[in-house]
Design a protein around this ligand. Structure first.
Ligand code: ADP
Ligand code: MG
Length: 230
């Protein structure tokens, strides 16, 4: 029901793109997301950061800016005393980049543990022949460089989701290569299945990417999403 509301709200807008403001969509399908708040002034940003505790990540929220870090729209590891000035920096970079962008605010987000974790990507696009193709691969910079990804037609079963992890060349990275602790594979499998369910329930989702889904030994966290809605 919540997912439906989020998608309907999008239809009322001028764009069919959803960005980081759609984190609730994942939440509605039980995919873990870091604590976060979207704020529209710097005082509220500071309050949100205090609420989260520890350093935070700050991101531009705009359906017109889907590649946020390309324009300086993401700052990681921001200490609370830097939050107010970082808020101004992020907004002014976005305005410079695209003066007519519809800026909804800034997201203040809890930090994911990237030291213990690996950035993966779970995505979907609709193939004219096969229908909804769910994708899994390594995220971050690796996804473009290695082109190491695998696909299944939704709905994806638990076994299929598990096979998807086996199939990528970088599977050893998730399974404790170089003395690292193996990541929570069940969390990855569940996320693949939940995305598969979401895009099966809502044919109007044409495209969707969680990039990254941070996978750590303790679980997974979706820290970024973008989607195209019909
Ligand atoms: P975009 O893909 O639009 O540039 P992201 O939200 O994916 O924006 O952020 C860019 C990068 O910043 C991520 O790939 C990740 O490396 C880092 N990052 C984003 N959010 C977090 C977070 N909550 N914790 C730790 N690192 C993060
Ligand atoms: Mg991203």
């Amino acid at each position: 029901e919540r997912a439906r509301e989020i998608l309907e709200r999008t239809k009322e807008r001028e764009t069919n793109k959803l960005g980081i403001e759609a984190m609730d969509l994942l939440d509605a399908y039980g995919i873990p997301t870091p604590d976060s708040a979207i704020v529209t002034d710097k005082q509220a940003a500071v309050e949100a950061a205090k609420e989260i505790e520890g350093n935070v990540v700050m991101k531009i929220v705009s359906p017109d800016i889907l590649h946020k870090s390309d324009i300086g729209g993401v700052e990681v590891n921001v200490a609370v005393e830097e939050v107010a000035s970082t808020y101004d920096d992020i907004i002014s970079r976005a305005r410079n980049y695209q003066p007519d962008a519809n800026i909804l605010g800034v997201q203040v987000q809890e930090m994911a543990d990237l030291d213990a974790g690996t950035e993966t990507i779970v995505g979907m696009n609709r193939d004219p022949q096969f229908g909804p193709l769910v994708m899994f691969g390594l995220g971050g910079i690796f996804v473009e460089v290695l082109e190491d990804a695998t696909f299944r037609v939704a709905p994806v079963s638990e076994d299929e989701a598990s096979d998807m992890i086996d199939e990528i060349d970088s599977a050893p990275l998730l399974r404790g290569a170089r003395g690292r602790d193996p990541v929570d594979e069940n969390g990855v499998i569940e996320t693949i299945q939940r995305i598969s369910q979401l895009v099966t329930d809502f044919p109007q989702i044409l495209e969707l990417d969680i990039n990254p889904l941070v996978a750590t030994p303790d679980g997974v966290e979706a820290v970024d999403i973008r989607a195209t809605i019909d």
